[in-house]
Design a protein around this ligand. Sequence first.
Ligand SMILES: C[S@@+](CC[C@H](N)C(=O)[O-])C[C@H]1O[C@@H](n2cnc3c(N)ncnc32)[C@H](O)[C@@H]1O
Length: 203
Amino acid sequence: MKRSPIEVFSEWADLDKDYGMEKNHKKSVENMLSFATKQQKPFSFIDAGCGNGWVVRAVSQNPMCIKAEGIDGSDKMIKKAKSIDPTHRYSCADLMTWNPNEKVDLVHSMEVFYYLENPKELIQKISNQWLNPGGRLIIGLDFYFENTVSHDWSDSCGISNMKLYRENEWVDFFKAVAFESVEHWRFGAKENWAGTLIVTGIK
Ligand SMILES: C[S@@+](CC[C@H](N)C(=O)[O-])C[C@H]1O[C@@H](n2cnc3c(N)ncnc32)[C@H](O)[C@@H]1O
């Protein structure tokens, strides 16, 4: 029987599988962050679906980062984030209901948006309620139609409700929400692996 993403990732937190995700996602996240921070100006930051908070801790090492926080729906992931790092703010909440106290300049998310019932609604909400004018949303996805090796992940991981969209559908979500300068690319493609699909745009 398949379980919800929050149930499965809470179990992964107990089993320390979050460290494996960190290792597997690190290079793609580095590529996303270096693209998103290349202008070298001060920025505030949210990681949407932060898991154990490793991206919040990594980005806060950037001298231009003035504030970084993370949000995740799994209480176990958030407890772990707080125990590793008592300095930054980590919130346990559903991405569709949470809003930041203050809008930020950069929202990042790795391997999360396809768990949402309606990812376009989240993209719209982030544009309306999370981002400063001129702010950037950048997301990374390994589970998408063109990455055929990912197609069985819902079955192999026993996670319900994973949404398999095509590359151009993800790009269209950003354009439909009226993000500007929408760009997309695949990072780390190799044999039998189409790479992490990265999509980004500016509010
Ligand atoms: C594949 S993990 C990625 C974690 C982290 N971004 C990383 O790269 O290590 C997906 C994360 O999204 C969270 N998540 C899934 N659906 C969510 C939702 N609706 N609201 C908040 N968090 C959610 C899960 O709890 C999990 O920690």
